[in-house]
Write a protein that binds this ligand. Structure first.
Ligand SMILES: Cc1cc2nc3c(=O)[nH]c(=O)nc-3n(C[C@H](O)[C@H](O)[C@H](O)COP(=O)(O)O)c2cc1C
Length: 224
């Protein structure tokens, strides 16, 4: 097999030779973890930003469709607070449809330079019309124009039709800057559990899961 300009004898062997957890990896002592997972998440995110991790606020959103089949894609984190992790999307997109029929999801962050993963699971609720409108209006004009046709993930058969439609949407937004797409939605995933995973070169990775107990959190370590 040839990859770029390099000859690779076998894909399996080539993959095995790729490095993972190159580090230097930070220490994570679960005994010092705060009682609140949002605090720990924000401290890991701040460290990722400080150390130049690319797209540190990108996360994988996993959902389930009406047949029970899983689906996943990368989204941008919009906010996080005591109510949960927030993202936004078009309600008519596949993910929007999946969340409407099964409003539960998982989020996964991975910060490679630190060998850190965060996994969050819980129920998802859409925002209020005011929240949704504020988020929509906070997006760039081109981003707003791109969502207006409400055709995300549909088959694209005619790129010229797409370009023409997007030009018309942009003109509409420019003529009416306060125009809001009522299907644009902010979603909040309220965490039932949050796991912090710290890689170690020894492969004895450290894992700490917060599980919700009524109004508080129980902290449990997991086998690697
Ligand atoms: C780094 C990155 C950030 C993205 N952010 C968003 C986002 O915030 N909202 C969104 O709807 N799609 C975002 N996308 C595109 C989604 O991954 C996906 O392709 C799109 O939303 C269609 O997904 P669906 O067909 O499952 O609904 C992003 C993609 C990448 C790679």
């Amino acid at each position: 097999m040839t990859v770029g300009s390099e000859r690779v004898d076998g894909t399996r062997q080539w993959l095995r030779g790729l490095e993972v957890f190159a580090g230097p990896l930070p220490e994570f002592d679960p005994a010092t973890a705060p009682a609140d997972p949002v605090r720990l998440f924000l401290s890991w995110l701040l460290e990722a930003v400080a150390d130049g991790v690319r797209d540190p606020h990108a996360m994988t959103l996993s959902t389930v469709d009406s047949a029970g089949d899983p689906d996943a894609r990368v989204l941008i984190l919009k906010d996080v607070d005591a109510s949960g992790w927030q993202f936004s999307a078009h309600a008519f997109s596949p993910k929007g449809g999946q969340l409407a029929c099964h409003p539960r999801a998982a989020l996964t962050f991975y910060w490679p330079q630190h060998g850190r993963q965060v996994r969050i699971r819980g129920a998802v609720t859409p925002g209020t019309a005011e929240d949704n409108a504020a988020d929509f209006l906070g997006r760039s004009r081109t981003a707003r124009a791109a969502s207006l046709p409400a055709r995300q993930s549909q088959y694209l058969t005619d790129p010229a039709e797409r370009d023409h439609t997007l030009e018309k949407s942009l003109a509409l937004i420019e003529a009416e800057p306060s125009l809001v797409d009522s299907a644009w939605t902010t979603y909040t995933l309220a965490p039932a559990e949050v796991e912090f995973w710290q890689a170690a070169k020894s492969r004895v990775h450290t894992r700490l899961r917060y599980e919700r107990t009524g109004s508080g959190w129980e902290r449990l370590q997991l086998w690697p």
